[in-house]
Design a protein around this ligand. Structure first.
Ligand code: HEM
Length: 536
């Protein structure tokens, strides 16, 4: 019966309907649906087009290069939250918000309902495996506990600050000195800082020298493979699954390249774990090593799957753990520092106060409150992770009344939150480190702010584990560089953010280092662990 009806309908279409009629009908349907969508949306909300949802609007702003500022302005117009849909073959939908109460709800109050979820996990599966960044539930809890315990131990704090100092004094400063002696030299500051952070995180997490800052700034295959694997994993966030999944199945194009890059990363990590195991067998213990990998191999794992209480953590667990750490620690602090140096170049008044702070603190980065505030302020305007999201397990309603359906995403727009007038006042777009300082004592007073207004390091149970490490690293680099050089931004370049999960400066930042006549020397190279405690 059904078959006959379909056959009749087809005959009718064939005999009485012309292609032009069909085109007109489709156009009418499209317009009606667009009008309906427009009528059902609240004032200020972006248009959700039939079939393709927010994609045309988003694509237009990506092409114009103003997608972050457009997002911030749109959120401010619709009181902080709007729904989105981008239906091209992936069914991604949910809400975008910059309301601190909503963010607190997702990151803390209803934490269990908002895991990272399968959407994120699937896209980073090859590179991150089951590492902390990709994990939820018990696996995440076990990794979080182990990472937190090791990273906040006095031993690791001493080791990591010594590692940072060694790299700064042994590699970074000599490189900048050589550059500053070359007449009219200019170098991409972002590239130098990315190389520094890569070497630093490899030393701290793996206990190995990656050598990105070696003489001549060589090409390092592992670093290149890592960068490539990250970029290729990210393409899955903006390519329709109908396109990338078949490519993955067939092993072609970008998916083939992802497999190759990931293999190189994993081979490096596997080799490092195997070498450390061999060292452990030979020497009997790893007591002399302080890097995260060695500390984990020497500790008793919690009773969760990746570990066998008697045998310790599995090699696979250790590999994924370290890869997640490199991803977390590599780009974030380097782009934060790049934006910081760029902002400072146009604010001699702030630079003068930073220099005073460095001189007054006598080399103890823990005592550099103004520098701490200036970095915090710079990341408010240029957050290294500009956008983040979680996926709802069950239907929910956000504190501002916005409904969220199961499997939808709540995207929190950190970039817009940092520029919100309601939170930061009428001077919200001004770079003003003083807003983070106690008026009377001049001490850093950031802890007084609600952590859900400033989610640059995330907040709640999944607060960045490396926050303290990152501040120590950024302050050490900034102090060492500024004490010795004026950082002059080469004029005439366009400085704007790149669309990515990390807020890179799109074309890098060309600068010149000019040696200062009067140096603000750092007198105490390794800060005491007590001073590193900072705020968390
Ligand atoms: C300025 C520098 C940094 C910023 C702005 C930053 C920011 C963040 C953010 C926003 C998250 C949450 C991401 C998510 O939704 O999963 C995060 C998580 C994390 N970060 Fe950082 N991060 C920085 C540096 C570092 C460094 C240097 C390390 C390691 C040494 C690190 C280790 C981690 C880890 C392991 C997590 C996962 C925590 C969890 O899921 O429980 N971060 N970070």
């Amino acid at each position: 019966m059904a078959r006959e009806l379909v056959a009749m309908a087809l005959r009718f279409l064939h005999e009485y309907v012309r292609a032009s009629d069909l085109a007109v009908a489709a156009a009418v349907l499209f317009v009606c649906s667009a009008v309906r969508s427009r009528l059902s949306s609240r004032p200020g909300e972006p248009m959700l087009w039939p079939v393709v949802g927010i994609i045309p609007t988003l694509s237009a702003h990506i092409a114009l290069g103003d997608v972050y500022d457009w997002g911030a302005a749109t959120l401010s117009r619709c009181r902080g939250t709007f729904p989105y849909r981008g239906t091209w073959g992936g069914g991604s939908s949910g809400v975008i918000t910059s309301v601190p109460a909503n963010v607190e709800h997702v990151l803390k109050a209803n934490f269990d309902n908002y895991p990272k979820g399968p959407y994120y996990r699937e896209r980073f599966a090859e590179l991150l495996g089951g590492g902390i960044f990709n994990a939820d539930g018990d696996s995440w809890r076990a990794q979080r506990k182990a990472a937190s315990a090791e990273m906040h131990s006095a031993r690791f704090l001493q080791f990591s600050s010594a590692t940072i100092q060694r790299l700064v004094r042994g590699r970074l400063v000599p490189l900048l000195e050589t550059l500053s002696e070359q007449e009219r030299h200019a170098v991409d500051l972002q590239d130098v800082l990315l190389r520094f952070a890569f070497d630093n995180i490899c030393a701290a997490a793996f206990g190995v020298e990656a050598g990105c800052l070696a003489d001549g700034l060589p090409d390092v295959p592992f670093a290149r493979a890592f960068e490539r694997a990250t970029e290729l994993s990210l393409t899955r966030f903006y390519t329709p699954p109908l396109v990338w999944k078949p490519k993955r199945l067939l092993g072609v194009g970008t998916e083939r390249a992802l497999v190759d890059a990931t293999r190189a990363v994993r081979e490096f990590a596997d080799r490092t774990v195997a070498d450390r195991r061999a060292e452990l067998r030979k020497v009997g213990d790893l007591a002399g090593r302080c890097d995260l990998l060695s500390r984990l191999m020497s500790s008793s794992p919690p009773p969760h799957p990746p570990a066998d209480a008697a045998a310790g953590y599995s090699d696979e667990f250790l590999r994924d753990f370290c890869i997640s750490f490199i991803l977390a620690g590599r780009d974030t602090s380097s782009v934060a520092l790049t934006w910081f140096f760029w902002l400072l170049a146009s604010r001699p008044d702030v630079e003068a106060r930073v220099l005073d702070d460095i001189a007054r603190a006598g080399g103890d980065v823990g005592a550099m409150d103004y520098l701490h505030a200036a970095l915090t302020e710079s990341m408010r305007l240029y957050p290294p992770v500009p956008v983040d999201f979680k996926e709802a397990l069950e239907d929910d309603v956000l504190p501002d009344g916005t409904p969220v359906r199961a499997r939808q995403r709540v995207i929190y727009f950190t970039y817009a939150m940092g520029r919100d007038k309601a939170t930061w006042g009428p001077d919200c777009l001004e770079f003003r480190p003083e807003r983070w300082l106690n008026d009377k004592s001049g001490a850093f007073a950031g802890g007084a702010e609600s952590p859900y207004k400033y989610v640059v390091f995330n907040a709640g149970p999944r607060l960045c584990v490396g926050k303290r490490f990152a501040y120590t690293q950024m302050k050490t680099v900034a102090a060492a560089v500024l004490a010795r050089f004026r950082v002059e931004v080469v004029p005439g370049q366009e400085v704007k953010p790149k669309l990515n999960t990390t807020l890179y400066v799109k074309n890098g930042l060309m600068v010149r280092f000019v040696a200062r006549e009067q140096r603000h020397e750092l007198r105490h190279p390794v800060p005491a662990a007590a001073h590193l405690a900072g705020e968390d």
